[in-house]
Design a protein around this ligand. Sequence first.
Ligand code: ZN
Length: 138
Amino acid sequence: MKSYRKELWFDTTKRRQLINITPEIDTCLQESGIKEGMVLVNAMHITASVFINDDESGLHNDYEKWLEKLAPEKPYSQYQHNGYEDNADAHLKRTIMGREVVVAITDGKLDFGPWERIFYGEFDGKRRKRVLVKIIGE
Ligand code: ZN
């Protein structure tokens, strides 16, 4: 069995941002040389997510509105976590949107459904954060 590991770094300009990282994961897969197996992609920070959905800007705006209803950023004082920080909402948003995804690799390709794409979801940005890519197979 072959194994491949890489860290991808992100430094968003906004507090919240959704980034399609499918091309980067594809590049990792090509570098790995693995044709049959699994790829795990996970955020290495507890205020960011990795998830799979449609690359459609309307939907991304809907996510922003929906997450702000569930866990509004402000007022900061509404959260007990915000004693020393202001990012309680980002922790909650990350929990809803998930930590990681696993995608099957078949014939050297990501074995997606028709509209599936992998996204990095940043909820407390403007600083460098990592995503782990781990690929196993042969
Ligand atoms: Zn925090």
